[in-house]
Write a protein that binds this ligand. Structure first.
Ligand code: XIL
Length: 313
């Protein structure tokens, strides 16, 4: 049958997936990633700890492999991630740096990573997870050094390094209306007013079965109304194990609802799933007793959620 990416393209959208570099050796994995999706996000390969494990000692093997895969298959490349408090290398987390050192380290990092993939990345997550649940700024080494200005600095540095890439701010629990998405909204509005090069808002979409966020469409639309693109960047809908037929059907309804929210908003460019198969998903390793969050099962067979998404486009 036709691919998920064809269904998405019928409404002018992309269908994305996160990809793990070491899984591309598996022919089944590589075939599905190549044929069903039109946008690829490196799940870990472009994170700071992956590309610069020791200071000044870069390792591009996995990131290049994924960028080359996207090129070979004529897919968009969604860069993830330039500035984030998590998955930082030890030398940075544990080092003794002044605020001005941190500023230079951050802008150098952005220049190096975004510069390496200049012209090849369609969208970058420039800043990830900047907020606490109550909408206050998360204390990170970057916030501690620069205050909230680190965010504008990061976007400016990314734009200098790759002027054609669309630059996104990304977060979780910002899918629906609420304090955290309100804070994202206020920040995006302020950055735009200051002329900071921000082009989009990513809502991660790490959802829990039966807890579908309210007002996802309204939330995406308010960002669009600011003149920003929106993307669901990391969709998965996890359930308590064991899997039942009933839960899989409920999950399909919820995947459809997310797809409907995106297609209802003209500036929603697409949806990326955070790994397409339950065999590779981060969920069981991070949420005890939960899993089966993806549109393909552990045998790489499409689940009801896959068909529901495809039909919803
Ligand atoms: C996750 C990866 O899927 C895991 O393999 C890794 O161990 C931890 O990070 N929000 C993000 C992603 O922005 O980068 C995270 O990815 C999931 C939550």
């Amino acid at each position: 049958g036709r691919a998920l990416s064809d269904a998405a393209a019928s409404t002018g959208r992309f269908a994305g997936t996160a990809v793990a570099a070491d899984r591309l050796d598996d022919p089944t994995y590589a075939r599905i990633a190549a044929t069903q999706f039109s946008s690829i996000t490196p799940e870990n390969a472009m994170k700071w700890e992956s590309v610069e494990p020791e200071r000044g000692d870069f390792n591009w093997t996995d990131a290049d492999r994924i960028a080359d895969f996207a090129d070979a298959n004529e897919q968009d490349l969604y860069g993830h991630v330039l500035v984030w408090h998590s998955q930082l290398p030890a030398w940075l987390n544990e080092g003794d740096f002044s605020p001005s050192d941190i500023r230079t380290i951050m802008t150098d990092h952005i220049a190096t990573v975004a510069g390496r993939y200049k012209g090849r990345v369609d969208r970058w997550d420039v800043v990830n997870e900047a907020f606490n649940e109550d909408g206050t700024f998360r204390e990170t080494i970057f916030h501690n050094a620069m205050g909230e200005d680190y965010i504008a600095e990061a976007f400016r540095a990314a734009h200098r390094a790759d002027p054609d890439a669309k630059l996104f701010i990304n977060d979780y629990n910002t899918d629906g209306l609420g304090p955290k998405s309100d804070a994202t909204y206020r920040l995006a509005k302020k950055l735009l007013a200051e002329g900071v090069p921000i082009h989009g808002v990513g809502v991660q979409g790490h959802l829990v079965l039966g807890q579908q966020p309210e007002d996802m469409k309204a939330n995406l639309q308010r960002f669009a109304d600011l003149g920003l693109d929106v993307v669901v960047t990391e969709l998965d809908i996890r359930m308590e194990l064991p899997v039942t037929r009933k839960k899989l059907l409920r999950q399909a309804v919820e995947y459809k609802a997310v797809t409907d929210a995106c297609t209802a908003v003209a500036r929603c460019e697409g949806i990326t799933v955070w790994g397409f198969s339950d065999a590779d998903s981060w969920v069981p390793g991070w949420f005890e007793g939960e899993g089966a969050a993806c549109p393909y099962d552990e045998e790489y067979k499409p689940k009801p959620a896959y068909y529901a998404m495809k039909l919803a486009y």
